[in-house]
Design a protein around this ligand. Structure first.
Ligand code: ADP
Ligand code: ZN
Length: 716
């Protein structure tokens, strides 16, 4: 028997063993096969082959072998297996992340698109203009055919007649022509459909206007030193991790570009990982400017077609550099020599659904498989990475100064308790911040305003009867959003939402009170206070539409907006040289979260956002509003003193037995009620305690999950 172990896309399923019948050639590891699973036939990926496989049960036959060459490179197969094992996920789930969209559906490796064009009949019919009176009645045109055409068929005919070479079905759909109408035309012999290979270029709509990579630019002495160290590591062509700890604006990107160039010249490829989809266009544009067409993008917001095409180009070896988010770590590059993980501390590298991998850590595993260099870049490294660098496990390369001797932004703290005492409890923007914004607007400089909380207000209640709006699923206060006609209250954990009526739903009192504030209210206050300013808002609500984020950021970059208010989406990585002031509305938003990393997150966010100011020729300033001006995360972020923060936070983690000194495993138990779940949790802890014995491991809990883990009700 010829046996293969196959990963199939069924959650939590382990590898399945199949027999390859004699009529089929033996598929290689990484090839796709069609196999029976229960009553279905699914597309899976061959992970293992050979005699060592378990023959205990009688294996079913492989139905079809889709690839004569490996579809996934061997390294990626090994990597996906590691992910499944380490993060306790099904192999099929892990393999699915490594596959391009549609890989399970199509045998052909080429994405095609359907092109509709008119036949000779159709062309002559389409060029006849309909009588001017025709409205919703069937048109006169096409009268020579068995049945008159409907208005919709007629207008489809006209659209097609204007482009005799044909139009993609997707374009037609955008212009209101349904597939149904098209198939009618085909039936009438008026149109035909053909499939055409389609390679789309996501860069066309991706480029931001701030590209300024300059290959002849004089590097700072710190950059030169860093590049020397890293180049030597890259040349050695063996596995190594380096932490590039460089303050904001120290020119890390320039180092990435030159290092990438060096590695590409040796015939190996480069993977560049960024934490957010929003950052890929500008980073990719920089690499494109330097390396031309041999740069590809991989992230989940590309259309399936775009992602598929780019994936195929990478797989064929047409690509030297891949820029993407965490899933790009599985890009099918044949020989990776360098992996750059930019903003390595960022939580977006962690995938919160199965397989729950950490993109940075998987990158390190991939580099170890490929004998590649990993460069982790950050102004605020994670405690884990800095600890590894301090202990010598990683190389530490530091950039302590900004380029061109630009000073770090000066940071001022505003104690909001004092502000409330003199100005009342409804203050959102302090006098100090307001004055500073005013000055910038007068000087035609730009301002970023950060509040890491979206929505208008954080709660709504009736003053008369005390009725509050809580989520029925999550028991948390609903956030109020301004809707087209009135207010909507929404749960930020499970998306439950409901209208907020004008009067109380319980006692009919005519006035409902709102408290707390989010980005929408900050925007409102800014518009009231600075009516002449051009203001944009960036948060998950304002950028829901595809392309909205890129469009807002490019507008700001082009100087068409004076002020950008937003959540942490505006704090990361962007380089806007005309920003001279950053205002933080409340530094305290993250501190109250039930997360042992709350202090670290706050430090990172404040340091990053302050780092957005003063990146051009003019000096930058940050104004940070807080209720806890004495908190060490806030104090040390203001001084931008990473070393002091690391020491302080590390001591706290040590005292509490938290990572990076130990590893934590979080087990979430779900039940019909809190009681049920707690009960099952307690039972689990008892059994674990019995199992771990004297191994040095420890259990904590059970404790009620914070709301973000409670998504017990499926999304509607
Ligand atoms: P970081 O990622 O470290 O915060 P960037 O790489 O974005 O910093 O660099 C900040 C700015 O400085 C960018 O506009 C970049 O083009 C510019 N820059 C980088 N290196 C130099 C240099 N050697 N001389 C002048 N400008 C530089
Ligand atoms: Zn909810």
């Amino acid at each position: 028997m010829r046996l293969v172990a196959v990963a199939v896309p069924v959650p939590f399923l382990d590898l399945l063993t199949y027999n390859v019948p004699d009529r089929l050639e033996l598929p290689s590891i990484g090839a796709r096969v069609r196999v029976p699973v229960g009553s279905r036939t699914l597309t899976g990926c061959v992970i293992e082959q050979g005699a060592s496989l378990d023959t205990g049960t009688d294996a079913k036959d492989v139905v079809e072998v889709l690839d004569s060459e490996p579809f996934l490179p061997a390294t990626v197969v090994v990597l996906a297996r590691w992910v499944a094992e380490y993060y306790v996920a099904g192999v099929g789930d892990a393999i699915a992340v490594a596959m391009p969209p549609g890989a399970a559906r199509r045998a052909s490796s080429h994405k095609t698109r359907r092109i509709v064009s008119l036949t000779a009949h159709g062309l002559s019919a389409g060029r006849l203009k309909p009588a001017p009176t025709y409205d919703h009645s069937p048109s006169e045109v096409g009268a020579g055919f068995s049945r008159p055409l409907t208005t919709r068929q007629q207008s489809a005919l006209e659209i097609l007649a204007a482009t005799p070479a044909g139009l993609p079905m997707s374009d037609l759909r955008e212009r209101g022509v349904t597939t149904d109408v098209v198939s009618r035309l085909v039936k009438h012999g008026l149109a035909t459909i053909r499939d055409e290979a389609d390679e789309r270029d996501p860069f066309e709509r991706a480029a931001l206007s701030t590209v300024d990579a300059d290959p002849d630019r004089q590097l700072t002495s710190e950059q030169v030193a860093a590049l020397e160290t890293l180049s030597a590591r890259a040349d050695a062509a063996e596995f190594r991790v380096a932490l590039l700890h460089g303050v904001t604006g120290s020119g890390k990107t320039e180092i990435y570009l030159r290092l990438a160039d060096r590695v590409c010249k040796t015939g190996r490829q480069v993977l560049v990982m960024v934490p957010e989809i929003a950052l890929t266009p500008s980073v990719a544009a920089l690499f494109r400017a330097a390396f031309g067409a041999r740069v590809a993008i991989q992230h989940s917001a590309l259309s399936d077609g775009e992602r598929h095409d780019q994936w195929q180009r990478i797989r064929r070896g047409d690509i030297d550099i891949v820029v993407g988010t965490r899933s790009a770590v599985f890009a099918p590059l044949p020989r990776v020599g360098l992996i750059i993980v930019d903003e390595e501390h960022d939580t977006s590298y962690k995938q919160e659904e199965s397989p729950r991998y950490h993109g940075r850590d998987v990158a390190i595993v991939r580099a170890s498989l490929e004998g590649a260099l990993v460069v982790l870049g950050s102004a605020t490294p994670s405690l884990e990475s800095f600890q590894n660098a301090s202990s010598g496990k990683y190389d530490l390369v530091s950039l302590e100064r900004r380029v061109l001797d630009r000073p770090m932004a000066a940071v001022r703290l505003v104690n909001m308790r004092e502000e409330y005492a003199t100005e009342g409890p409804d203050v959102v923007i302090s006098r100090e911040l307001s004055t500073a914004i005013d000055e910038r607007l007068t000087r035609q400089e730009q301002v970023l305003v950060l509040l890491n909380r979206r929505g208008y207000s954080t709660a709504v209640f009736c003053r008369q009867c005390g009725d509050t709006y809580e989520c029925p699923n999550c028991s948390v206060s609903l956030t109020v959003h301004r809707a087209r006609n009135g207010w909507r209250a929404q749960c930020h954990y499970c998306n439950y939402s409901t209208n907020v009526p004008k009067s109380c739903r319980k006692c009919a009192a005519p006035y409902l009170e709102q408290t707390g504030f989010g980005t929408e209210k900050v925007e409102q206050h800014l518009r009231d206070r600075f009516p002449a300013a051009r203001i944009g808002r960036v948060d998950r609500d304002s950028v829901r539409r595809k392309g909205a984020l890129t469009s807002l950021l490019s507008k700001f970059a082009a100087g068409e907006l004076d002020l950008l208010v937003g959540t942490q989406m505006i704090a990361k990585g962007h380089d806007f040289p005309r920003v001279t002031l950053v205002g933080v509305i409340s530094a305290d938003v993250g501190l109250g979260l039930a997360d042992f990393r709350a202090g670290e997150r706050t430090f990172q966010l404040l340091t990053q956002v302050a780092g957005r100011a003063g990146r051009g020729e003019r000096k930058g300033e940050a104004i940070v509003q807080t209720l806890y001006p004495e908190h060490y995360s806030i104090q040390l972020a203001c001084r931008q003193d990473y070393a002091a923060f690391f020491e302080r936070e590390f001591a706290y983690r040590k005292g509490m037995r938290y990572p990076p000194l130990v590893a934590l495993i979080n087990i979430v138990v779900r039940g019909k009620s809190l009681g049920d779940a707690m009960h099952a949790g307690a039972d689990l802890v008892r059994r674990l305690d019995g199992a771990i014995g004297q191994s040095g491991m420890m259990t904590l809990g059970p404790a009620p999950a914070p709301p973000q883990c409670r998504r017990s009700h499926p999304r509607r």
